[in-house]
Ligand binder design. Sequence first.
Ligand code: IVH
Length: 699
Amino acid sequence: MSKEQVKKRIEKLRREIDRHRYLYHVLDKPEMSEAALDSLKNELFNLEMEYPELITPDSPTQRVGGRALDKFGKVTHETPMISLFDAFSLEDMDDWEKRLRKLTARKLDYYAELKLDGLAVSLRYEKGLLARGATRGDGRTGEDVTGNLKTIESIPLKLRIPSEDELREIGLKSGQAKAVLRAIQSGALEIRGEVIMTKKVFKELNRKYEKEGKPVLANPRNGAAGSIRQLDPALSAERKLSFYAYELSTELGLDRHEQKGKIAGLFGLRILNENKYCPDLSAVEAFHDHWEKHRESLPFEVDGIVVKVNDLSLWPVLGTVGKGPRFMMAYKFAAEQVTTKVKDVVWQVGRTGTMTPVAVLEPVRVGGVTVSHATLHNMDEIGRLGLKIGDTVVIERAGDVIPKVIRAFPELRAGREKDINAPEFCPICRSRVARTAGEVAYRCVNPECYTVNLRRLAHWTSKGATDIDGVGPKIIEQLVKAGLVSDIADFYDLKEGDLKPLERFADKSAENLVKAISARKEIDLARFIYGLGIRHVGEEMAIALAREIGHRISDIKDIDSVVNVLRKMTSVDLENIEDVGPIVAGSIYDWFHDQKNIKVLKKLEDRGVAIRKQRTENRERAKLKGKTFVLTGTLAGLTRDEAKAKIREIGGSVSSSVSKNTDFVVAGENPGSKYDKAKKLGVKILDEEEFIKITNSRI
Ligand code: IVH
């Protein structure tokens, strides 16, 4: 090839490489593989090696060309790189708008942008060519990081020159379009935006670093910011960073902020397509809420939105105060990482007996909801974190996934923290725990453990016991699997944020479930006793026990007082209760002398589960005390004996014949002559439904 031919070939290669770079890194619509693109770059590189005089600064080969520096040069920003004020609620935003209204009577509308979490940089293009890139620094003076920024493929080394028509199409007036074209062709342009690392690149890099035994990156933000401020461009290149433009800081005489993004797009810069015009704050709120909820689906991390007054003629009117401008506001999302304390570590037993440690946390708000549990995976993870019970920790809840403990702060220990030991006995059934050789996991060897516990938990929430709406066996199994519930007291620790990561839990159902559980914190004594699932203690037996306790203490206040009474009763005391034989007595006695059960009862008490005050019910009951009932006909739902038992339970008595002294006649199907007599005497007749209602007001 002649030199002239080489020159032509080089120009064509550059154009083609740049086109594919744009498709791949700006539009995310690659037409060919990275390997194919590399091979084009390779050809260009070889030609340039042969003819170094043909190298230009905007050649794609110049992206990784820079040598490592000793020090960055200083750059003074022509317009200072400002910081932003933060808002955390709609109220904050309303206050902001009110402040703006004091300064202008003009209609306010907004442009809402995603707030990328990376590093702010300013790019200076002279005659359309990338001349310099700088960090924010202190806002006035930053560092010259051009070499590093050139490694970012979404930053064009040369801006695309839009046609005047294209500029007119996005709403620019003729004069404005001309000013833009002048700036790009013969003047200077300053473009600002964020350098970020995508979540995908972050994951891949960390996987690679881990394999190579190198320190892993803490988060994508550090991955981006850290490498741009390193002196070796090769490191930036390795990090595969991206750049999104959000500001044209050169004065171009534009009308609306919204136009800047569109112009940047025409220049070939990457912009956020999610950004949106918002006619008022309620539209801003909808944008904020939408992305707070769906931020997981974005390929990069965002920590909020930036809301900008759209009318650019207002910017100088509103001005800047302190650290930032009045015409912009960062409206933050709820933090995804917070610190809290580990109160305890419990071992959750899975279907196959595998035991997983779960950190019980001091409840804390993270990512907009409250959580009280975080997974710890296994003993190795606990070792890696160096975690002790009582430690202050950082937890992270990214989207609707189970919160994780990210790190512990040994520096903050007070000396009372406790080591976390591998379990020796299963916390549920107290079988021995085994560890299979070569496995990290400990397991409970009792094959029944898991199912028995599931049944026990489901019994507690069942209709006859606490009757918690919506907490059936399926949900319970989910809760157990997630390590959220292992005994009945754990239900009362659940927080909305614990439930959201679970399958089938939309926001609403998580909220409803927490409410339903809390609504049943107060419980009738008989239902409470029944719910404990003591062997041989069915609903009737529980009623008898509750009545006995009622005789022994006049004012049942709390679980503690009930437990005290029951623990003081001997087997003989128990056997004296109607229908209680030695086997039942033994079972009750054993249950209330088992430390594991006492611990759960104490936990229930601590979580505010209480025995319902008797007074109102007593009054109800008093009304029926001594009343005489007569039964006639067949009841559909219960036998004669059951009906009699119910009447006695509420303090009434049963008589076989109707007289003036009869208070109620309960009439089932095909009632006999007693019914007619009752009518004649004017005795109140109850049908089955009414009767059930009356007798269901339990102790
Ligand atoms: S406007 C150079 N718009 O948020 C300051 N900032 O908390 C320009 N950021 O330092 C402010 N997305 O790094 C602006 N759409 C956006 C942004 C954005 C992310 C960052 C930027 C700034 C920080 C302020």
